[in-house]
Ligand binder design. Structure first.
Ligand code: NAP
Length: 327
């Protein structure tokens, strides 16, 4: 495994992290035994940067992770998040108030069975709570030793600057992939400037660029069924894009997942993607992306490919955009 620096620290994180969400939440095929084996395999491969959130499976994801994390505490840099209270129907209630955060951090520590969270994110900026107030409360957790570093997810440049005026922000977690490139213009350069690690979530476009996703076979409650890119006319476009992308990967002697992750890694050495999986074979595949040689010509080839399949569709429906978009 290759490693990248975390923020402006001496901490080295695996260039490919592990997103744990799909082990308990959002996507099809829960299998705790395989998920636990995947975490053990991550330890073998040196994948030391794991990502979760209190809302994934309403706490179940943190409990599952604790089974491997707690006995291997020194081998993993664990990131979790607070801010969403979710019910089983994916109705999200955003609450990043200091009062809720103080409860949420204790719950996460208890479920993860650890004393300190390495990286604690605000899952979204809550318009009801001034960013400075939220960050001030988060920084108290650092003083108390409950948290080591602070991060934000889907935050605007303005929010990052406000938060940074109170306490250093070490990581920004935004959706970033070949399909979702909004961060390229402002956020990725800003993170570079401010020594903030940029952590792309859904780096495989929620599995699309693996070219293994069959929307006819996923469960009815799979979150992607509610997203425009995975339904109707956009899905047709994107499925064809994924097929063409997979052909390109063959030419470049790698798998499609590796090509998609190598594309991300090539956009800056402060970028650490966290592909999500609960399968050892996928984890091993994704780990191989760190060794792919990627050239500027490859970026151009992918840009040209995107032009052939322009109808990718929006990230979210209007309903989800209101709850989940940048602030
Ligand atoms: N901050 C936020 O708001 C936010 C939002 C979403 C996600 N996240 C974080 O980001 C992480 C990654 O995002 P994501 O899970 O949404 O999307 P992703 O990493 O783009 O894709 C995950 C999907 O791709 C499949 N997959 C992964 N590697 C594969 C491979 N090599 N070959 C074939 N299929 C493969 C997974 O299958 P299996 O699961 O069946 O193995 C899963 O269905 C999450 O785990 C979570 O920690 C954060």
């Amino acid at each position: 495994m290759k490693f990248r620096s975390f923020g402006n620290t001496d901490i080295k994180l695996s260039a490919i992290g592990l997103g744990c969400m799909s082990m308990s939440h959002a996507y099809t095929g829960r299998d705790d035994t395989e998920a636990i084996a995947t975490m053990h395999r991550a330890l073998d491969l040196g994948i030391n940067f794991w990502d979760t959130a209190d809302m994934y499976g309403n706490g179940e994801n943190e409990i599952l992770i604790s089974k491997v994390l707690a006995p291997n505490r020194d081998k993993v840099f664990i990131a979790t998040k607070f801010g969403f209270k979710a019910d089983k129907d994916y109705n999200f209630i955003l609450d990043a108030s200091p009062a809720y955060m103080k409860r949420a951090v204790e719950d996460s520590l208890r479920r993860l069975k650890i004393e300190t969270i390495d990286l604690y994110y605000a899952h979204r900026i809550d318009p009801k709570v001034p960013v400075e107030e939220m960050t001030g409360a988060m920084s108290e957790l650092v003083t108390q030793g409950k948290v080591r570093y602070l991060g934000l997810s889907e935050a605007s440049a303005g929010s990052i600057r406000k938060a940074s005026s109170v306490h250093p922000v070490s990581a920004l977690q935004n959706e970033y992939s070949i399909l979702t490139r909004d961060s390229e213009k402002e956020m990725i350069p800003l993170c570079k400037e401010l020594n903030i690690s940029f952590i792309p979530f859904s780096p495989l476009s929620r599995g699309l660029f693996t070219n293994t996703l069959d929307m006819e076979k996923v469960d009815e409650n799979d979150f992607r069924k509610q997203l425009p890119r995975f339904t109707g006319v956009h899905w047709k476009n994107n499925q064809n894009l994924a097929r063409a992308f997979a052909e390109m990967a063959v030419e470049k002697h790698c798998t499609p997942a590796q090509l998609a992750l190598a594309w991300i890694l090539a956009h800056g050495d402060h970028i650490i993607p966290i592909p999500g999986t609960k399968h050892r074979k996928y984890l091993e595949d994704n780990a191989g992306a760190a060794d792919i040689t990627f050239t500027p010509a490859d970026i151009t080839d992918i840009d040209d490919l995107l032009k052939r399949f322009p109808d990718i569709g929006p990230r979210y429906t209007e309903k989800f955009a209101k709850q989940l978009d940048n602030s």
